[in-house]
Write a protein that binds this ligand. Sequence first.
Ligand SMILES: CC1=C(CCC(=O)O)c2cc3nc(cc4[nH]c(cc5[nH]c(cc1n2)c(C)c5CCC(=O)O)c(CCC(=O)O)c4C)C(CCC(=O)O)=C3C
Ligand SMILES: [Fe+2]
Length: 357
Amino acid sequence: MPVGTTDAAPYDAVLLLSFGGPEKPEDVLPFLQNVTRGRGIPDERLKEVGEHYYSFGGKSPINDQNRALLAALREEIELPIYWGNRNWAPYLTDTLREMAADGIRRAVVIVTAAYPSYSGCRQYRENLEDAARDVPNAPRLDKLRHYANHPGFVGSFVEATADALSTLPEGSAIAYVTHSIPNAMNDTSGPDGNGYVDWHLDVAAEIDAELERRTGQTRRTDLVYCSRSGPPQVPWLEPDVNDHLEALAADGAPGVAVVPIGFVSDHMEVIYDLDTEAAATAEKLRLPMARAATPGTDERFVTMLRDLVLERAAAERGEQPDRPCVGKLGAAWDDCRHDCCPPLRRPARPSAVKESA
Ligand SMILES: CC1=C(CCC(=O)O)c2cc3nc(cc4[nH]c(cc5[nH]c(cc1n2)c(C)c5CCC(=O)O)c(CCC(=O)O)c4C)C(CCC(=O)O)=C3C
Ligand SMILES: [Fe+2]
């Protein structure tokens, strides 16, 4: 049954908030400027990342992924669902303006990033604040809890990993992959620090455990990283997926399932850094590799998002909803603390979404 307007009270809309990406070659440079403004990314790295986009015709997959997710969500949720991005059209400010014009007073925000960190959480909230400041009568906004350890998200990756392994030789390894971030950013991720790595390790352990329950087999599994950026002297989370493939090949691994648990859909990092670059590394090493699917519009993922909207609505009405989660970390907080996931080089700014003290 689709979620009706009564179940979702006090919300009168949903906002899908994403990163955004270029649609055509002329968009690539202005997009990269939006993303990296004031972040000290070396020109070399920007040129390189620009080439990743040009090699796909200047078009990122992320916007079409979000259009597909919107269509799937609209089948499940009867409230109006809006879409806005941090770094490309439809820009968040325009979306909030449209919501205000439509008379939306209070919306629940789905972010297409599942884990705590400045890049995946507070940066989205700061951009909401910046956008809301420019919009008279902007709606009140609540962001869903981090959902990486929700059974819907983990379940989707369990199936995808099982599918990938089924195409590989017996005894193949699993490489869980996420976006690298500066070590210093991980140090302050989540309310107690190290949240980015801890959450990924917990999700990986749950997928491992479920696959072991199903098959009775254990195998080598690791958490590794892609898409490192920033100046070379700044330490980022390692090992890089390509170095890891070298290590697996040297150890005689019969194959590897590459499982992008850090990504909710096929972003550029997935189709370039994994499907293009890492796949070429594996080929060179003659290491059989299969990349597991991302959640995208998988039914478990879409149903999870619907359930999280209902859960949050119930909590805001003062009820005590069930908060499904797997792993050892427990369900995430609804409202982030004002001091969690701070920016690296300046104090935390106010955020448009509710925070706890
Ligand atoms: C943790 C994390 C996620 C996952 C959470 C989430 O999904 O938000 C993520 C997602 C994404 N990152 C993306 C693209 C880029 N990220 C960059 C740069 C950076 N990412 C960082 C971290 C993350 N990024 C960081 C610490 C930087 C350094 C600069 C800075 O501190 O901000 C750069 C600049 C060039 C470069 O430096 O590589 C680009 C172009 C796209 C769009 C892809 C598409 O088009 O499909 C998506 C979904
Ligand atoms: Fe990024």
